[in-house]
Design a protein around this ligand. Structure first.
Ligand SMILES: Nc1ncnc2c1ncn2[C@@H]1O[C@H](COP(=O)(O)OP(=O)(O)O)[C@@H](O)[C@H]1O
Ligand SMILES: [Mg+2]
Length: 284
């Protein structure tokens, strides 16, 4: 439940708080507007790992762009640490496409991200080396992105996001461009990094398994215009790399529940390609 933090009598504000947010996008010079989010509210306490799950085009990326302060809401409020958000070293990102600098080594890609932290050059180099080691790339610090596999590039991107030790970490379908085995390994890497250094994480995915596997809480979004329709506490024990999460009864239960929920959302969404497809509970 999201509440306003402006009352003054409340305890410490949530690390991330979106309250009644609506956001539309205009296409070209025309009047046509896509309403991406409508009355979206979400409150995330410091240190929580939240997965945002929802059908394609429901506004997941828009939520992250509002939290990083690159776009502003049409109505409602977005607060990070009790303030309107602004990009800086306190906010880390991992995107689907890695976005590494091709002409810089793995080490420099991570170190460059530390420019605004106030660390001196030696400290930045040490920090970069430390995080590359944590993601298993100690031997590849001098390699250029072009010399690394997809999984290795993704590891550099993870090291870069964690290296500034941000309080908030925004991840937008970061593992969708790596193969299935690498993806599972990366999920473990992420959980290990997060266990060492608790950031408040918003992790966007359209994978039900990934959403459950990683998060403390799964937030399910409606088709566009996106809003939160359900929040589910995962409740699987940590550390999750020490047992087979996928065979845990709670995982199986959540997975079945969320699959059914998403399936119904998509089948009952008039703008979906699968609207009223066989198996739909749509009553036309
Ligand atoms: N900069 C933009 N200009 C125009 N439309 C946009 C822009 N960003 C997002 N949209 C539209 O808003 C809707 C939600 O997009 P997005 O947040 O990217 O969804 P998701 O990440 O869930 O797939 C989509 O219909 C998309 O086309
Ligand atoms: Mg997206």
């Amino acid at each position: 439940m999201t509440r306003s933090v402006s009352g003054g009598t409340e305890p410490a504000p949530a690390r991330i708080a979106l309250s009644g947010v609506s956001k539309g996008f205009r296409h070209g010079a025309g009047e046509i507007e896509t309403l991406a989010l409508k009355d979206f509210s979400l409150s995330v306490p410091a240190g929580e790992f939240v997965s945002i799950l929802g059908p394609s085009g429901c506004g997941k990326t828009s939520v992250l762009r509002l939290v990083d302060g690159l776009v502003s809401p049409d109505s409602g409020s977005v607060l990070v640490g009790g303030q309107p958000p602004k990009p800086g070293p306190d906010m880390g990102f991992v995107f689907q496409g890695f976005r590494l600098i091709p002409w810089a080594t793995a080490q420099d890609n991570v170190a460059f991200a530390l420019t605004a932290t106030g660390l001196d050059q030696q400290q930045r180099a040490d920090r970069a080396a430390h995080y590359l080691e944590l993601v298993g790339l100690k031997g590849f610090a001098r390699a250029y992105p072009g010399e690394l596999s997809g999984g290795m590039k993704q590891r550099v991107a993870l090291a870069r996001a964690f290296a500034s030790e941000p309080a908030t970490l925004l991840m937008d379908e970061p593992f969708t461009s790596v193969d299935a085995q690498t993806r599972e390994l990366m999920q473990t890497e992420l959980l290990k990094l997060w266990a060492r250094r608790r950031a408040t994480v918003l992790f966007v995915t359209h994978s039900v398994d990934e959403a459950i596997m990683l998060a403390d809480r799964v937030v399910l979004m409606s088709p566009r215009p996106g809003r939160v329709i359900e929040e589910i506490t995962v409740g699987l024990p940590h550390p999750r790399w020490e047992y087979d999460v996928h065979t845990n009864p709670r995982f199986i239960e959540l997975r079945a529940y969320l699959w059914a929920a998403i399936r119904n959302l998509v089948l009952n969404d008039p703008s979906s390609d699968f609207y009223a497809a066989p198996g739909s509970r749509h009553l036309a």
